[in-house]
Write a protein that binds this ligand. Structure first.
Ligand SMILES: Nc1ncnc2c1ncn2[C@@H]1O[C@H](COP(=O)(O)OP(=O)(O)OP(=O)(O)O)[C@@H](O)[C@H]1O
Ligand SMILES: [Mg+2]
Length: 233
């Protein structure tokens, strides 16, 4: 999406549709009898058909969820920098809610049109969540980080609700993140928000020419390895 500038950007409606489809997919995994934790939720693992129906792909890292009243699974840390939940990176503790964090990162990418991790951005801006999460809670700042290419396609109320949902998904404490079912409900509400004419079109954009970059997989040897900043392991 943020790759080739000659490619038409996805509209707000399509972005929402993709988010809803992916939320349904993750929600299905989480509520299945065995509670599957997907573990590698990111934009490149959401495949789209010709109608932008989302399919989650690449189940190589998926784990069966906690059994017998346990809250988490402890496992070797695998995943992708920029998307992996902080508790998982720090401790190897994997919760169903760790996927919700990854979903929040993808939501932030959909809102801003920027990649979760981009080493071509200046220092301090390479990790999208670290950089822009603080802007999500303020309406004025939100305007400045929304993808300028979809300006005018959504109501400010819809954008604000989407930003608040993103923030909840990115809560540092997994227990405070919503379930995917709750996420889906909010996204469907946002989809139903009628469009209004934007009063203020003084949008400024953070976008320089976006570059396509592969995300780096995390291959920790020790789950206790911490303190990195999107670097190699
Ligand atoms: N079946 C498919 N049809 C179309 N494109 C695909 C398909 N599978 C993967 N891709 C695309 O190919 C690219 C590489 O996918 P691949 O799964 O190898 O790497 P990745 O998603 O970046 O990382 P990971 O290995 O963690 O999944 C991605 O852009 C992905 O969207
Ligand atoms: Mg993939």
């Amino acid at each position: 999406m943020a790759g080739n500038p000659s490619i038409q950007p996805l509209s707000w409606d399509i972005r929402l549709k993709i988010a809803i489809g992916a939320a349904r997919g993750l929600g299905f995994l989480h509520t299945s009898e065995k509670k599957v934790i997907y573990r590698d939720f990111k934009a490149s693992n959401i495949l789209l058909d010709g109608n932008y129906n989302a399919k989650i792909s690449d189940f190589g890292l998926a784990k069966l969820g906690p059994a017998g009243g346990e809250s988490h699974v402890t496992t070797r840390v695998m995943g992708t920098y920029g998307y992996a939940a902080p508790e998982y990176v720090a401790t190897g503790h994997l919760y169903v809610k760790s996927d919700v964090y990854g979903f929040g990162v993808v939501l932030l990418e959909l809102l801003t049109g920027l990649r979760a991790l981009d080493t071509k951005r200046p220092t301090g801006q390479q990790n999208l969540v670290e950089w822009l999460k603080p802007m999500l809670s303020q309406k004025k700042k939100l305007k400045t980080i929304m993808d300028a290419r979809i300006e005018g396609q959504y109501s400010s109320n819809a954008a604000l609700q989407a930003a608040q949902l993103t923030l909840k998904c990115l809560e540092p404490d997994p227990k405070r993140r919503p379930s995917m079912r709750e996420v889906l409900e909010v996204l469907e509400q946002i989809e139903a928000v009628p469009i209004e004419k934007p009063k203020n079109s003084m949008f400024t954009s953070l976008h320089s020419a976006p570059h396509r970059r592969a995300q780096r997989p995390i291959h920790h040897r020790s789950p206790l390895h911490t303190g990195h900043r999107g670097g190699s392991v």
